[in-house]
Write a protein that binds this ligand. Structure first.
Ligand code: B12
Ligand code: SF4
Length: 452
């Protein structure tokens, strides 16, 4: 969709590896490597350790299988997985053949783990905080969690130099990249994993962010994605950052996630963010039903959704609107509203099946109450209906597909595929085509046709 930048997590993890060790990033999402390509990379590089990033739980299946196959092909190789899903379910990964899991924040833990694997120092594996590993009986051991990083300003800059080139949306011929300016989110939406994953909401200082943006500019990037769970929850800090970006003439286009209530209640903030370079935001509108918004603890309203859209449009910021389908409290009529109001509120529409993501409050609630019909990781792909609540999962899936198609095939939306004169129209066209392809692919799978 509107996202075109290389993965920051790997560039952050790579910082942990310094001479005499060497590191290479193999980026699969862009290069669509087959497993034999990956094996060739491992052989050519002479890797001793292969480490995977895994935020999305459904990907755990292929990652665990690949780790097992790598171990068979390269005896002595150590495999590591870091990211969200393994942090919440480390035992599952160790039991399925992964050697080490790096839990939660990687920076210090991964460096210590690499030193341990390389035989540097005398430490026992049980002393490395924040990892999971396998003992001599084959049992998973989860070490105590590491204390949270308090001062991000001491961290080295991510190794963006190791990442592949991703073309930016807004500056033809120039690359785009990502930056992190906060960890965590002060809100507690029931379906979201962010408050539980990062533990506590923490911020990079504006000075550090400005320094990093200056480095990014010198490296030739023209477009930036804020990977923050939520931008501007500290509005005065964001305001000050934007003022300084303008004063220092940093001139970089950026985007990221923004709450509807922030956009609705703080038009002055949106104005200055736009002046500093904000060109798109991902807003979790989620639903246009009061009951559903309340049920998911969204702390927002239908009215704020509408006002947010108006404010952002007024300032010329492109809106990627995220929605959920099938949340408790959403009646059939409400579900129909999502596509209708989504068309009005957003430039780009995204809708996922409401899912009890591993690590979210919803997941623990459903597990406790035994109301989740499956624990198969692939069922958490945000396409399946995973609630035992009397609604027919097949009906829900069909309804979901129907609503997606209804949106993408609507004449007022379809025209985006054909038109693209102004820069804004061209961005919308590219995003439309990639989203429509993705939706089409999922819909074909629904009727049993596999094309990839
Ligand atoms: C950017 C992003 C994307 C981009 C990724 C593009 C890219 N090239 O990076 C795109 C748009 C493609 C994307 C897609 C999806 N995303 Co996304 N995404 C994000 C986002 C906003 C930022 C990720 C990021 O870069 N964070 C900054 C880095 C530094 O943090 P990190 O990744 O967590 O890494 C740290 C640790 O986890 C750990 N670590 C991570 N990887 C590794 C690897 C190793 C080796 C080690 C040692 C450590 C380690 O160390 C890092 C530093 O401490 C996150 C939310 C967030 N704020 O993190 C959601 C998020 C990860 N995405 C999410 C979702 C749901 C999706 C999609 C399913 C959306 C959809 N319906 O299509 C897909 C799934 C794609 C997939 N298969 O993974 C959810 C995951 C929820 C879940 N439980 O699965 C999140 C958490 C958003 C949310 N609020 O719910 N996403
Ligand atoms: S959905 Fe957004 S606002 Fe809600 S807790 Fe997650 S990151 Fe925060």
């Amino acid at each position: 969709m509107l996202v075109n930048f290389p993965p920051l997590s790997l560039a952050v993890a790579a910082v942990a590896i310094s001479p005499p060790h060497q590191v290479r990033i193999v980026e699969n999402a862009k290069h669509r490597l087959r497993s034999h390509d990956l094996f060739r990379e491992v052989r050519d590089f002479g890797a001793d350790v292969v480490a995977f990033a895994n935020n999305f739980y459904p990907d755990s299946v292929v990652i665990q299988q690949t780790c097992q196959q790598l171990k068979e092909a390269f005896p002595g190789l150590q495999t590591v997985v870091g990211g969200q899903a393994p942090s919440f379910l480390p035992e599952e990964y160790i039991e399925r053949g992964v050697d080490f899991v790096v839990l939660y924040e990687a920076e210090h833990t991964f460096r210590e783990l690499i030193d341990f694997i390389a035989g540097v120092g005398e430490r026992d594996v049980s002393e490395i905080e924040g990892i999971a590993w396998r003992d001599s009986d084959g049992q998973a051991v989860v070490n105590p969690r590491r204390t949270l990083i308090q001062d991000f300003d001491d961290l080295k800059m991510p190794r963006r130099d190791l990442l592949p080139h991703y073309p930016s949306f807004t500056h033809r011929g120039y690359p785009s990249t990502a930056i992190e300016t906060v960890r965590g989110c002060p809100y507690h939406c029931k379906f979201c994993t962010r408050p539980t994953f990062w533990g506590k909401h923490r911020e990079y200082s504006n000075e550090r962010i400005l320094e990093e943006i200056a480095v990014i500019k010198r490296q030739g990037f023209k477009e930036l994605m804020f990977t923050d769970d939520m931008m501007a929850t500290n509005a005065p800090k964001m305001y000050a950052l934007c003022e300084e970006m303008i004063r220092r003439n940093l001139q970089i286009n950026f985007g990221g996630a923004l709450r509807a209530d922030t956009a609705a209640k703080k038009p002055e903030l949106i104005k200055i963010m736009r002046r500093a370079g904000l060109f798109f935001v991902n807003v979790g509108f989620e639903s246009y039903s009061k009951k559903a918004l309340k049920g998911m603890n969204k702390a927002s309203t239908i009215d704020l959704n509408r006002q947010a859209s108006e404010t952002l449009r007024k300032h010329g910021v492109l809106i990627l609107g995220s929605h959920v389908y099938g949340a408790p409290g959403q009646s059939d009529q409400d579900l129909a509203l999502i596509t209708r109001d989504g068309m009005e509120h957003c430039d780009f529409f995204r809708m996922n099946m409401y899912t009890p993501q591993v690590g979210s409050a919803l997941f623990y609630e459903m597990t406790r109450e035994g109301r989740m019909p499956s624990r198969n990781p692939e069922m958490f792909n945000q396409f399946e209906y995973l609630f035992d609540d009397g609604r027919d999962p097949e009906d829900m899936k069909w309804g979901f597909v129907k609503r997606q198609l209804q949106y993408y095939l609507h004449p007022s939306i379809l025209k985006h595929a054909l038109r693209g004169k102004t820069p804004k129209e061209q961005i919308i066209r590219r995003a439309y085509l990639s989203a429509a392809m993705f939706t089409g692919y999922r819909s074909l799978r629904k009727i049993g046709i596999e094309i990839m």
